[in-house]
Design a protein around this ligand. Structure first.
Ligand SMILES: [Zn+2]
Length: 380
């Protein structure tokens, strides 16, 4: 199993006495946070974002933007920051601690300070574009102008209160399952998509070389046109039930938004899986990309800049069905002309769903397509 990023698993969940004090303290300020931030808070509290203990201060943010590292030199590519409305910043000004509030999720934040930042610098560094049509850039540009830094401690999370959380596991839970099953080499697979046969074969191929496969889809905010979280969960349920060796596979969800930051996000995805206990992480074609913003294998290239990451990337080319190979293969395995390939693009699949036309079993398992068709609107 891997050691956590920064060598120590962060766990910041308040005890009963603090909980009691907070529920009875009528004067403590409450600041409303979004669902995305509530996920960040829970991920900090359970160590998925180790070594972070809270929302970044200015020094860490500037280091992440300039060097793709925290101020202590540790690899880190995605800003984890809390922006607050101007009026909230004024309201919070003298407070040393506030409650971050979001329906079910409440955390205590110990305020370290406030700062202004440059949104276009984040766009250029993290997303490698300033194009407002990029969903990550658009979200950055829409942020409030003030960031607040400080440690957070979870009071009450969403886990177990939300149906989508039925497969949510903390790093401590994951690591204990890995240990119990005696797995030494565990390969993480990131996804935000419905599993095609090509994905299944790619995932299963690692079982020839490693102890276990950890399938870990992202649950959280996605762009319009992506599949809904519920559909992805149910699709994997039927797929694993019918086609996977259950003693070699663990399925759990990771609750965080997609940034579509391509290479920078691939590093971030790897760090979170390292904290969950994975020793290896699959990076495919156009990992975490969107549109044509990133070169197809840019997300693999960037790992050369992070030899100290502490989790090994496993690079894969694109997989497809080849009629002459008579199976799902990759471009590294197949010598045949592209005209023999069967591929299911997102656009093509959307059309088939609309027309209630079943894709070939060489492209998608019928059980997976049945799950999709049970939904009137399977897309975000
Ligand atoms: Zn072939």
């Amino acid at each position: 199993m891997s050691t956590p990023h920064g060598n120590k698993l962060i766990e910041r969940v308040v005890g009963e006495s603090t909980k009691h004090r907070l529920f009875n303290d009528k004067d403590i300020l409450r600041v409303e946070v979004s669902n995305d931030k509530a996920d960040d808070i829970e991920n900090i509290a359970y160590g998925i974002l180790s070594p972070l203990e809270g929302f970044m201060d200015e020094e860490d943010l500037l280091h992440v933007i300039r060097y793709g590292r925290l101020s202590n030199g540790l690899a880190w590519t995605i800003p984890i920051v809390l922006d607050v409305k101007h009026e909230d910043a004024i309201r919070m000004n003298d407070a040393r601690e506030v409650i971050l509030y979001n329906g079910n999720t409440i955390a205590l934040m110990h305020i370290d300070g406030y700062y202004k930042y440059n949104k276009l610098d984040i766009a250029s560094s993290v997303y490698q574009t300033r194009d407002p049509a990029h969903p990550g850039v658009a979200k950055t540009l829409a942020m409030n102008d003030t960031l607040v830094a400080g440690k957070v401690s979870l009071v009450q999370g969403n886990t177990n209160t939300n149906a989508l959380s039925r497969y949510r596991l903390t790093p401590r839970q994951c690591r204990s399952i890995f240990k119990e099953r005696g797995w030494k080499s565990i390969v993480g697979f990131q996804t935000r998509n419905i599993p095609h046969l090509a994905h299944e074969m790619l995932q299963k191929s690692v079982l020839n070389f490693f102890d276990a496969l950890f399938i870990n889809p992202l649950i959280g905010r996605k762009k319009a046109g992506d599949f809904k979280d519920e559909v992805i969960l149910e699709a994997y349920e039927v797929l694993i039930e019918n086609y996977y060796p259950k003693d070699r596979v663990l399925f759990a969800t990771l609750h965080t938004e997609m940034h579509y930051a391509g290479p920078k996000e691939a590093i971030h995805h790897a760090i979170m899986r390292k904290n969950l206990g994975c020793t290896h992480f699959i990076v495919g074609r156009d990992h975490a990309g969107v549109g044509n913003y990133y070169k197809p294998f840019a997300a693999q290239e960037i790992f050369k800049e992070y030899p100290d990451l502490g989790i090994e990337p496993v690079f894969f080319p694109a997989f497809f069905y080849c009629k002459r190979c008579m199976g799902v293969v990759s471009e590294r395995m197949c010598p045949h002309d592209t005209s023999y390939r069967l591929e299911l693009s997102g656009t093509k699949l959307r059309g088939m769903i609309r027309d209630n036309e079943r894709p070939s079993e060489l492209l998608m398992r019928p059980e997976v397509f049945d799950v999709i068709m049970r939904y009137k609107e399977p897309f975000v």
